[in-house]
Design a protein around this ligand. Structure first.
Ligand SMILES: Nc1nc2c(ncn2[C@@H]2O[C@H](COP(=O)(O)OP(=O)(O)O)[C@@H](O)[C@H]2O)c(=O)[nH]1
Ligand SMILES: [Mg+2]
Length: 307
């Protein structure tokens, strides 16, 4: 494809995409770009790489004119569903920092964020309260709430495990009407009050969603919820190694990330000047393999940046 056509196609494909979606598209474009070191294609590569950086800066900006929640952690997952299904309780049970009950009324009116560790990585869960029928017409401040859903990376639909599946329909309908499509699953909450039959009924009513039964008094079910939430992020985990020591906490990256992005995570300057890396794990042909800047890492890798 001539480089001018490529530039046009690239711009078209990036139009309307923001945040991680934009970064993903940029990465796909980079893969398709001929690998010339100089000339117009090299300029296109430079432009695309700067797009990744800029989308990151934009997505971490605070929007004061809306009720957007400031992002923290590797991904943002919204919890949405009818009132009283146990969203707040779930947030509290999963939260890394114990939220004081006094500061945290159970009748929440605004989105409430909480950091939780899933798959060893800190992820932000956000309770979206009161998304009701008519939200798209701004009933109950619905537009702003839908705005929060739109900027989230994934959605957990919450409904009582013992409830009639119909209780979730208005919420799903509003999300659909708003044209919001995100990875998601269905949390069948307060599962200790339910029977396997009612959970089955939910699964049958929403065949497109994985159903995760969860109760705040059942630690194993909370773990299953964390696992499902981690899978929703679609991210991969890489551990950093330096001076022969491996960091216990992994960092989270987009699939397809290269060791340059690992270096960039440590420090922007390091990404500019590092000379390569050593890799252990699934992406390495053997332990401690020496790789170049463009080597793609995989979930479970350990990476030592060489400078
Ligand atoms: N039995 C049981 N009750 C729960 C569970 N989670 C929440 N609840 C109760 O359900 C009610 C509503 O909970 P809340 O977290 O405020 O729901 P929200 O409106 O969806 O945020 C409260 O009385 C909770 O104590 C659970 O897992 N099991
Ligand atoms: Mg609540």
């Amino acid at each position: 494809m001539p480089h001018r056509t490529f530039a046009q196609v690239a711009k078209r494909r990036l139009t309307g995409k923001e945040g991680r979606e934009r970064v993903r598209e940029v990465r796909a474009l980079l893969d398709e770009l001929p690998d010339y070191k100089n000339g117009p294609y090299a300029d296109l590569r430079k432009w695309l790489l700067s797009e990744i950086e800029e989308s990151r800066v934009r997505s971490s900006a605070v929007h004061r004119d809306s009720i957007a929640v400031r992002r923290e952690g590797a991904a943002q997952i919204a919890l949405v569903g009818p009132p009283n299904v146990g969203k707040s309780s779930l947030l509290q049970a999963l939260s890394e920092i114990q939220i004081k009950t006094g500061d945290y009324p159970f009748t929440t009116l605004r989105p409430v964020p909480a950091l939780t560790r899933v798959g060893g990585v800190l992820v932000q869960l956000v309770e979206i309260p009161g998304l009701i029928e008519g939200a798209n017409d701004d009933r109950g401040g619905g537009r702003a709430l839908l705005g929060v859903l739109r900027s989230a990376d994934a959605i957990v639909y919450c409904v009582r495990a013992s409830a009639d599946p119909g209780e979730l329909r208005p919420v799903r309908a509003e999300v659909e009407l708003a044209g919001i499509q995100k990875p998601g699953f269905l949390a069948a909450t307060r599962a200790d009050e339910a029977t396997p039959e009612t959970i089955q009924r939910l699964a049958a009513a929403f065949p497109d969603l994985e159903v995760v039964a969860v109760s705040v008094i059942d630690e194993a079910s909370l773990d299953a919820f964390r696992d499902a939430a981690w899978r929703l992020t679609g991210l991969i985990r890489v551990r950093l190694r330096s001076n022969g020591e491996t960091q216990p906490e992994p960092i989270a990256l987009e699939p397809g990330a290269t060791v340059t992005e690992v270096a960039d995570w440590v420090h922007h300057d390091l990404a500019m000047r590092f000379i390569g890396a050593r890799v252990w794990g699934p992406s390495a042909r053997f332990d401690g393999q020496r790789v170049g800047r463009d080597h793609s890492v995989q979930d479970g890798d350990t990476v030592e940046i060489l400078q």
